[in-house]
Ligand binder design. Structure first.
Ligand code: G3P
Ligand code: MG
Length: 247
């Protein structure tokens, strides 16, 4: 059985805070969310940071690419003001800082490996290695670990090479017809898909094959109930204000 929480705050705090910031994690927690999904990419110095877009401009003020800047530089950049003046001063956090916050607050993590174009293998390797290091004690004690996921096959394979003890989910928009063969080759434990592309039949197929099934991004309580009735194990949501956290 799916050992993780069923509802995750998408990008930290959903629509209520600037995505992928520590403020977002605080916001998620304020709404009772002890589970989170966030995106991890590499800065120019190879340090993993928590951010969604490979370019600056939307959530991070400035121009150019995330991997034009070091993690220290990104940490001082403005990643909160776009969302609201009260969030001004939030920087791009390092993966390490986000994990430290989540561990301290007992927030479970779905770590999405989000490589900048061309950095799939390196990002998968670095994120998996870092995660293995941060969770060395939990690994030794056989405790619950974060779940890695990615749209990038190369990143998923590299993550497995680097840290085979970490479970991985394969992210797809739409579950392809040859999904079972691919999932077996990848050695993933879960399929993560866009709920808008999921059918009851496909959900049944995935569950009957013994995989966990996770959906993004489910924003109404009605759809959440429907998906859970189809056998979906968990989902992330932007609407932490109207969908209660389910452990
Ligand atoms: O991990 C699920 C979801 O976050 C995937 O899409 O673009 O929000 O990272 P995106
Ligand atoms: Mg994501």
């Amino acid at each position: 059985m799916w050992p993780y929480p069923r509802t995750l705050a998408h990008r930290g705090g959903g629509i209520l805070a600037p995505e992928n910031t520590v403020a977002a994690l605080r916001c998620g927690l304020a709404y009772g969310y002890r589970a989170v999904e966030f995106d991890v990419m590499l800065a120019s110095d190879g340090v993993p940071v928590v951010v969604h877009d490979p370019e600056l401009g939307r959530t991070v003020a400035g121009s150019g690419h995330i991997n034009d800047y070091t993690a220290a530089q990104l940490g001082t950049m403005e990643a909160g003001a776009w969302f609201g003046a009260e969030f001004a001063g939030e920087g791009v956090p390092t993966f390490e800082a986000v994990v430290a916050y989540c561990k301290a607050q007992h927030i479970w993590m779905n770590i999405e490996i989000k490589p900048a174009p061309g950095f799939d293998v390196q990002t998968g390797m670095v994120v998996a290695r870092a995660t293995r290091g941060y969770f060395a004690e939990e690994i030794a004690a056989g405790e619950l670990l974060p779940l890695l996921s990615s749209f990038s096959i190369d990143a998923l394979e590299a993550a497995h090479q680097a840290a085979p003890q970490l479970a991985r989910g394969w992210l797809v928009e739409q579950i392809p017809s040859d999904w079972a063969k691919k999932a077996k080759e990848l050695g993933v434990v879960a399929i993560h898909c866009d709920h808008q592309q999921l059918t009851r039949e496909l959900a049944r197929e995935v569950k009957e094959a013994g995989y966990w099934l996770f959906c993004y991004t489910v924003n109404t309580p009605e759809r959440a109930s429907e998906l859970l009735a189809w056998g979906v194990d968990g989902f992330c949501t932007d609407r932490i204000d109207i969908i209660p956290f389910m452990a």
